[in-house]
Design a protein around this ligand. Structure first.
Ligand code: FES
Ligand code: FES
Length: 156
């Protein structure tokens, strides 16, 4: 039987009725309509479902929704400014042609945001290591890493 819980998502408190075994990804997409968070492998291996919880990049497809209570959740929908201005990482992905099909992109950007928040001046190895769990099947990683590097450089 579903039970009500409160989630703090992109700065808003949301009441949702969930089955206790549901994942955060399912609730974000199906209950809150935040479909920017993608689901692909559902085993924690591809990173498409990456969101940020209390400052850490997390695979929401294997993250129990019950565990997300009382935590600060940020999804790709929460990155743009209030006036709709894209976050610098979002703009950099566009400027550097770091997107093809786009399926990995929200997770990749959320992973990159968590990385830059923790380490504003990453080396190429830091970026590679930080995003090793985020897979892209079509763009290749060169342009993605260029976009992240450009964002870090622009913030200096
Ligand atoms: S869908 Fe979550 S890691 Fe692949
Ligand atoms: S842009 Fe297609 S999987 Fe990354």
């Amino acid at each position: 039987m579903r039970k009500p819980i409160e989630l703090l998502v992109n700065g808003e408190s949301e009441e949702v009725f969930v089955e206790p075994w549901w994942t955060l990804a399912r609730v974000l997409r199906d209950e809150l309509g935040l479909t920017g968070t993608k689901i692909s492998c559902e085993t924690g291996d591809c990173g498409a479902c990456t969101v940020i919880i209390d400052g850490r990049a997390v695979r929401s497809c294997i993250y129990p929704v019950m565990k997300a209570q009382g935590k600060e959740i940020t999804t790709i929908e929460g990155l743009a400014g209030e006036d709709g201005t894209p976050h610098p990482l979002q703009q950099a992905f566009v400027d550097h042609f770091a997107i093809q099909c786009g399926y990995c992109t929200p997770g990749m950007i959320m992973g990159a945001k968590a990385l830059l928040d923790e380490n504003p001046h990453p080396t190429q190895d830091d970026i590679r290591e930080g995003l090793r769990g985020n897979l892209c099947r079509c763009t290749g990683y060169k342009r993605i890493f260029e976009a992240i590097t450009a964002t870090a450089d622009a913030a200096e």
